[in-house]
Design a protein around this ligand. Structure first.
Ligand code: SAM
Length: 327
């Protein structure tokens, strides 16, 4: 079992399979993109399998595949087939922008990968195109509807952005009135790859909640697992639920159970900190498993207590992008 230096059990891995994305959301990266990793610096599918298997031996039992956009990675399905049949993994899930998922929906369902986080910061085409700088709204919406029809356990993640998508908050919330999905509103974070200045946010979790209360005063707080980052609510009579994630206010660090590994093998023990080591050379060396296990145990033993403590490592300047951190 992996226990950090603050007594927190680490059993949840967010594993990035690429740093590339086919959207250009400007809260994530500049229009021209970022310096994407060279192909030979990406972990191969075989290395990802070995890495995941080793971490499962160490106590990871929940894996979320992310990126970049996971579906731009060739052979993604090979990795998913392997992970979905790995007996130590209790839950295998994905985070995606849903632009490329369409042809894979049937197989994902067969593999039992039914927990999907779908990132969608707009419910209007015009808002979507302004934010993502791409004309992909119709594809995403169609895939969303197919995933709902096919009974996937869906969470729609919506970053609330000042002067950009406030007008879409209530319309997107309405999705959960009709469908059994969770619509989750997140605070913007500073990881935009230098796309823009980031000082403070207007839409913190309290503002978002009060805004929603103006339209739906009768919502009730639901019970959530202790490691959940989202505070979840139910509006009586609605089919689904909604949640608020204080991703910038960071009220949830005390129960953090996560470890991130980027597509190039950087190990990130706190989203707000810098990578603590890289596992690529270990994976490519002789007898990788023992060295990997001891390196992981060591970094887990040196975790920052909170995201506020970890962010000191950046000395006030965040130059990284969520697409390379692994969302
Ligand atoms: N491509 C996949 C997707 O769109 O879900 C996975 C990777 S993406 C980097 C993961 C999540 O990070 C998305 O929900 C995205 O909205 C979020 N994200 C990216 N930059 C962010 C930022 N600066 N603040 C908050 N969330 C951000």
């Amino acid at each position: 079992m992996l226990i950090d230096n603050h007594g927190r059990k680490i059993n949840y891995l967010r594993l990035a399979v690429t740093d590339r994305c086919n959207l250009r959301c400007h809260y994530c990266m500049p229009a021209e993109g970022i310096h994407f990793a060279r192909k030979d610096n990406l972990l191969t599918i075989e290395e990802l399998k070995l890495l995941a298997g080793t971490l499962v031996d160490q106590g990871i039992d929940k894996i979320r595949i992310t990126g970049g956009e996971p579906f731009v990675r060739k052979e993604l399905m090979t990795l998913l087939r392997y992970l979905s049949s790995h007996h130590g993994i209790r839950e295998l899930s994905m985070t995606t922008n849903a632009t490329l998922i369409g042809p894979h929906i049937a197989e994902l369902k067969e593999l039992g990968i039914t927990h999907i986080n779908l990132s969608m910061d707009a419910i209007r085409k015009e808002t979507f195109e302004k934010i993502t700088r791409r004309d992909q709204f119709d594809v995403v919406y169609d895939n969303l509807m197919t995933l709902i029809e096919e009974g996937f356990n869906l969470r729609i993640n919506f970053i609330v952005l000042e002067n950009q998508n406030e007008q879409d908050i209530i319309p997107i919330l309405k999705l959960q009135e009709q469908y059994p999905v969770s619509v989750r509103f997140l605070e913007e974070m500073p990881f935009n790859g230098g796309s823009k200045e980031f000082q403070a946010i207007k839409w913190n979790y309290r503002e978002i909640l009060e805004y929603i209360r103006g339209f739906y005063p009768g919502f009730e707080q639901m019970e959530s697992p202790p490691t959940s980052t989202s505070i979840n609510y139910k509006i009586p009579g609605h089919a689904g639920s909604f949640g608020i994630i204080p991703s910038f206010s960071r009220t949830f660090c005390g129960s953090c159970n996560r470890l991130r590994i980027t597509a190039t093998g950087d190990v990130i023990t706190c989203l707000y900190g810098k990578p603590k080591m890289n596992v690529r050379d270990l994976l490519r060396g002789n007898d990788p498993v023992p060295s990997l296990k001891s390196a992981i145990t060591e970094v887990i033993g040196q975790r920052a207590k909170t995201g506020f403590e970890a962010q000191e490592e950046h000395k006030g300047v965040f130059e990284n992008s969520m697409t390379s951190i692994g969302g």
